[in-house]
Design a protein around this ligand. Structure first.
Ligand code: AMP
Ligand code: ZN
Length: 664
């Protein structure tokens, strides 16, 4: 089989696996095997740029930066929908429809997905562009970002028209949303409020590689275009599904408004079982000729109407407002409610977000409040029943001091949250930081759990994470539920953590905004904690992917004397504060300021190893040849167009052996 055939076959295979996984939810190979095939295709494409394809499955990982999104005029306008809220509204709509249409009318009932609307244009079976709704007439071209969404087909299957637009909604399913939030909380970032805003925010991210990391999905509901050979909405849905689009299976045909109401009733009860958020039902006239006859108002089709679900809501009494202090010192006010049933669970607490929210709603202890469960899993208070307010009620005074340590709270300009600044003396912050230090991705201390940490702090046995290394078996045995054996394990686990590599120690320190990836970058660049400590904000921002916010946070951390003392103690206990001598031995600056392009297949080392060697020796790896390229390391099968380009720009080609000699 020749190279081109091989490439085409791999693309087909990978497209099919993406479809099985992300559209059908029925993967037929392991993630590992999928990755292997993807890497194989990547290598072939890099070696043979002459077979490049904008819609290759390798483009899913993103990496394209868009500074300004181009405005694009929609060929077919994207309308909004009229809303209805009751059976009467729906019957009124039916009457209006029947006034225009003679004879039978069939309806399609679909769910109304709550996300960001998108219009995809396909030409000859490949995705040409993806545009946001914007004002309905024109929107932003977000094609690079949309390509990273696995359920958006890059190549269609079956018998599709040569050109058409398809509309849908980009949603962020709950599971992925919560996972994203867990990761944010872990590095001290505020969690996202709800899936819908996060989904629509994602479309306008400048780096498509960031979008690729978000578990977004695209659900389709409407095909538009000319000469499509489709006669009903329902047929359109079925065809879209056959071409490879994700079209949720809930849609049904209804022969009367009574049947429409049954659909609404069913999903009103069952929508919480769906993996993504919905906020209603969309009812459409099925026949496309009838749709044409009905036409549009200035803003919406007359042939469709949205029915909005009532957000599930109950009223109950607000008994108390308490304040939680997080690991980073952020204060969260919590409403403690008289327990009440809501959407199948008992609700006792609701989030109040921050001081502004309390003030805006004028929420007071003793009030009867309306609680709603929207896209957020934690219910929220949406209003106060003022008619029930007791005469004696007093406005809520937001706390001015930390409920745990009494320190006066601060609130930075432009931030909604209050913070307790008592970094080293506030118990939940101390406990939270030590819990982070011992967590799995950080020091991974076996035999020590979060509750024991809280206990150790409470008993005054430790006050910061460096104290862990002073603990003795005799000290911990008297603790609640601590047997001889578990005490042994705990001490052993702590000792073993002295071998954890520097990059993870750096993450474990809990510097705000320094997550796992940032810690790796910093460790690699600075190599020792002393170098990092001496770095200025200006130094730090020159490191790849380190922004001003992270840089300032790192500098702040080391500007606090107490932190420096703690780090010194860690050093004395033998914790790894620099990259290991093996790692260091392999690192030089021999290739500083040199940019390499790696192309082809190699005999003695793999491409990944080559890239690692370049980076470890201070060089940079680039994907494409330009006048800035210093060398091209050429293996077998290097693509002819790369070769020509290298010759044109006079860039030296070297073999893998010449390269290895270069670094000794
Ligand atoms: P609205 O934003 O309230 O005017 O509602 C109109 C929007 O609902 C459309 O722009 C779509 O993005 C969205 N929508 C979600 N699900 C559907 C669906 N099944 N059919 C049509 N529109 C839908
Ligand atoms: Zn405090």
């Amino acid at each position: 089989m020749d190279i081109q055939q091989q490439i085409l076959q791999l693309r087909d295979e990978l497209n099919q696996h993406n479809y099985n996984y992300y559209v059908l939810d029925q993967p037929t190979i392991s993630d590992y095997d999928f990755d292997l095939k993807l890497k194989e295709l990547q290598a072939l494409e890099e070696a043979h740029p002459e077979f490049a394809d904008e819609n290759s499955p390798t483009k899913r990982v993103g990496g394209e930066i868009t500074k300004n999104f181009n405005t694009v005029v929609h060929e077919h306008r994207m309308y909004s929908l009229d809303n209805s809220y009751s059976k009467e509204d729906l019957l009124d709509w039916e009457t209006r429809v029947k006034k225009v249409i003679d004879g039978n009318v069939q309806f399609v009932c679909e769910l109304k997905y709550d996300g960001a609307s998108i219009s995809l244009t396909y030409e000859n079976g490949t995705l040409l562009k993806a545009v946001t709704r914007g004002d309905g007439v024109q929107g932003d071209d977000v094609t690079a970002n949309i390509k990273t969404i696995r359920s958006v087909p890059l190549r269609l299957k079956g018998d599709y028209p040569p050109k058409f637009d398809i509309r849908g909604e980009i949603v962020l399913p709950f599971e992925g949303f919560h996972k994203m939030n867990e990761e944010r909380i872990e590095i001290g970032e505020e969690p996202y409020r709800n899936p819908r805003n996060t989904a629509s925010g994602s479309l306008k991210l400048q780096d498509s590689a960031e979008v690729a990391k978000r578990p977004l999905e695209c659900l389709l509901y409407n095909i538009t275009g000319n000469n499509l050979n489709i006669s009903t909405q329902f047929e359109g849905l079925e065809k879209a599904r056959a071409w490879g689009f994700k079209v949720p299976g809930a849609a049904v045909l209804a022969n009367s408004i009574e049947e429409v109401l049954e659909f609404i009733e069913y999903w009103n009860d069952h929508r919480h079982e769906l993996p993504y958020e919905t906020d209603g039902v969309v009812v459409k006239v099925n026949d496309l000729h009838q749709q044409d006859e009905l036409g549009y108002t200035a803003k919406a089709p007359r042939w469709a109407i949205a029915y909005k679900f009532k957000a599930e809501q109950v009223s109950t009494r607000l008994n108390e407002i308490t304040y939680q202090v997080g690991r980073t010192g952020a204060i969260t006010p919590v409403a403690n409610l008289e327990p009440v049933e809501l959407a199948g669970t008992t609700v006792k607490r609701a989030s109040l977000h921050n001081a502004d929210q309390i003030e805006k709603l004028d929420i007071r202890v003793g009030d009867i409040v309306f609680v709603e469960k929207g896209g957020e899993i934690i219910p929220k208070i949406i209003a106060v029943d003022l008619s029930m307010r007791p005469d004696t009620s007093q406005p809520t005074q937001y706390i001015s001091n930390c409920p745990e340590c009494g320190t006066e709270l601060v609130r930075n300009e432009g931030e909604a949250q209050h913070y307790c600044p008592n970094y080293n003396g506030c118990q939940p912050q101390i406990v939270g930081r030590i819990q982070h230090f011992i967590s799995r991705k950080a020091m991974d201390i076996e035999g020590l759990g979060g509750e024991t940490v809280a206990l150790l702090v409470k008993e005054n046995l430790i006050n910061n994470y460096s104290d862990l290394y002073t603990l003795t078996k005799e000290q911990v045995i008297p603790l609640e539920r601590m047997a001889e054996k578990s005490a042994d394990n705990l001490i052993k686990g702590i000792a073993a953590s002295k071998d954890i590599p520097f990059e993870r120690v750096l993450y474990a320190l809990g510097i705000r905004y320094v997550g796992e990836t940032v810690a790796k970058k910093l460790a690699k660049h600075y190599k020792t904690i002393d170098n990092l400590r001496q770095a200025t904000v200006l130094d730090l921002v020159t490191v790849d992917e380190i922004g001003i916010r992270i840089a300032e946070s790192v500098v702040d951390f080391f500007a606090t004397e107490k932190n420096v003392i703690i780090v010194e103690r860690l050093r004395n206990f033998g914790v790894q504060l620099e990259i290991s001598s093996e790692q260091l031995a392999n690192q030089t600056n021999k290739l500083e300021h040199k940019i390499f392009v790696v192309s082809g297949v190699f005999e003695s080392v793999s491409r990944d190893e080559l890239k690692k060697l370049i980076e470890n020796n201070g060089g940079k790896v680039s994907g494409s040849i330009s006048s800035k390229t210093s060398y091209i390391i050429a293996g077998d099968n290097m693509g002819p167009s790369k070769k020509t380009k290298a010759e044109q720009l006079n860039i030296p080609l070297i073999s893998e052996y010449q390269f290895l000699e270069m670094i000794g």
